[in-house]
Design a protein around this ligand. Structure first.
Ligand code: 5AD
Ligand code: SF4
Length: 450
């Protein structure tokens, strides 16, 4: 059926499905796509085989994300054959890479719409073109233009929300594809952010997560004079807002002013995700991270002075080119010193077009895996020990809803981001309540109402 205008979409009960890979930035982009589709009259459909528009929002940060994308896309081929009217759209970071576009054109010619990270806001126009012309549309912008404000979003939760504060990254860590897929840093105007948060609070949002590849460089090079710490202080004043989080911050730009904000701003959650990537200064240097192991440990010390109970999580890459046994032991040593609440550990994977792609001294796969397993074992022990220390404590949690594994149990999150399962009632969903922790397990806490 040829769709010519929005009214016809509404009348025809059209639906969409979005599958999202990758980080919170991508998740939030998918919320924007969902918001735009709802404005066009589409309804969300949980079954991708039944949807009229099936979108895959891709991630290119590691190789397995690429592989999973092509596997998922392959499944849609059968759907497209059975129902040729279905619009299959692919977007996100992978689309900013020419070799991916070439593969899509040669091996997946049945994909209807391909767009990138920089022209997400154009999606309704692109989709309308596909529907009207019934022809394939491939539109990728090389660079991000001005930030487009006022886009809709269909948020996953009514009580917590992602808020972008900046886009892109200027850091060019030698392993990382993001600066090539998300472009240069651009900060949103503070007033836009503040008014978005005020509006969210009016609709019942209690917790916001500020998003950016490197939130600590918010405002650098912008035409306003407000840095990230200033922004936190301003957000802290918003009445009705209860929790502020942010993702992700680069250690090289973590200022004393921001550390002080943990002492001054009640709403700033007692939690920081501070990716270290490696504990070896030599590897950090080759990664172009611009800090040493000692610099990083000093930051942790300062954070603990201002906020003794702060929960700290991190990202660690194992097996970066040139990583020796000694380098890896430095990482193990750092992990023991910091005692992270948890760590996301990754096997280094070569990304096409990054400087580290051409580094000659790649670490053999078997060595990478052996180191990775050792690190995961130690981290699990530390995480379990940290969680055990919660036993008997009273913590406040934002209740998120029934647990995915046991619908009779509710789950909530502490300020430190830990999942707490407890027996409660559904009217507590969306509220911040206090519970006593009865058991600290490796990956979650169990609590009881008090
Ligand atoms: N290989 C492995 N891990 C990577 N990351 C980014 N690029 C790579 C890569 N090429 C990890 C980093 C980053 C997290 C989001 O993904 O640890 O912080
Ligand atoms: Fe990638 Fe480094 Fe930028 Fe993070 S700071 S997005 S790891 S280049």
């Amino acid at each position: 059926m040829l769709i010519r205008n929005l009214e016809e979409i509404k009348l025809a009960n059209k639906s969409f499905h979005i599958q999202t890979f990758g980080c919170q930035m991508n998740e939030h982009d998918s919320e924007t796509l969902a918001g735009m589709l709802e404005e066009m009259g589409y309804e969300e459909n949980n079954h991708k085989k039944e949807a009229d528009v099936a979108i895959i929002n891709t991630c290119s940060v590691r190789e397995n994300a690429d592989k999973r994308f092509f596997g998922t896309l392959g499944q849609l081929k059968k759907v497209k054959e059975a129902r040729p009217d279905v619009v299959v759209a692919v977007c996100g970071c992978m689309m900013q890479q020419q070799h991916i576009i070439d593969t899509l054109k040669s091996k997946y010619p049945w994909v209807d719409l391909v767009f990138g990270t920089h022209n997400l806001h154009e999606f309704p126009k692109l989709l309308t073109n596909v529907l009207n012309e019934r022809s394939k549309v491939v539109d990728i912008w090389e660079e991000g233009g001005d930030i487009v404000e006022g886009l809709p979003a269909k948020r996953m939760y009514p009580f917590k929300a992602f808020v972008n504060i900046m886009y892109g990254c200027n850091n060019f860590c030698t392993y990382c594809i993001v600066p090539y897929t998300r472009g240069r840093e651009r900060s949103r105007q503070p007033e836009e952010i503040l008014s978005e948060v005020r509006e969210l609070v009016k609709t019942g949002v209690k917790e916001i997560t500020l998003l950016g590849q490197n939130v600590n460089s918010y405002g650098i090079g912008a035409d306003f004079s407000m840095d990230f710490a200033d922004l936190i202080y301003r957000l802290n004043e918003i009445e009705g807002l209860e929790r502020i989080r942010f993702m992700t911050s680069h250690p090289k730009d973590l200022s004393d002013k921001l550390i002080q904000a943990y002492g001054d701003c009640k709403k700033l959650c007692n939690y920081i995700h501070l990716p270290v990537q490696s504990g070896s200064t030599q590897i950090l240097n080759r990664m172009n991270r611009k800090y040493t192991k000692e610099d990083y440990l000093k930051l942790i010390e300062k954070l603990k002075v201002v906020s003794p109970d702060i929960a700290i999580t991190t990202d660690i890459i194992v097996g970066f080119p040139g990583e020796t046994d000694e380098d890896f032991e430095e990482t193990m040593d750092l992990v023991q010193k910091v005692r992270y609440d948890s760590a996301f550990t990754f096997l280094y994977s070569i990304r096409k077009g990054t400087p580290a792609e051409s580094f000659q001294d790649q670490v053999p796969e078997a060595v990478k895996h052996e180191r990775f397993n050792r690190l995961v074992d130690v981290m699990n022990e530390i995480t379990a020990e940290k969680n055990k220390a919660y036993e008997g404590k009273i913590v406040s949690i934002l209740v998120e809803g029934p647990s995915k594994t046991d619908p009779k149990t509710l789950t909530g999150r502490t300020e430190s981001g830990k999942i707490v399962n407890f027996n409660g009632s559904l009217e507590q969903v969306g509220k911040i309540i206090e519970v006593r922790i009865t058991e600290g397990k490796t990956f979650s806490l169990t609590g009881e109402l008090i």
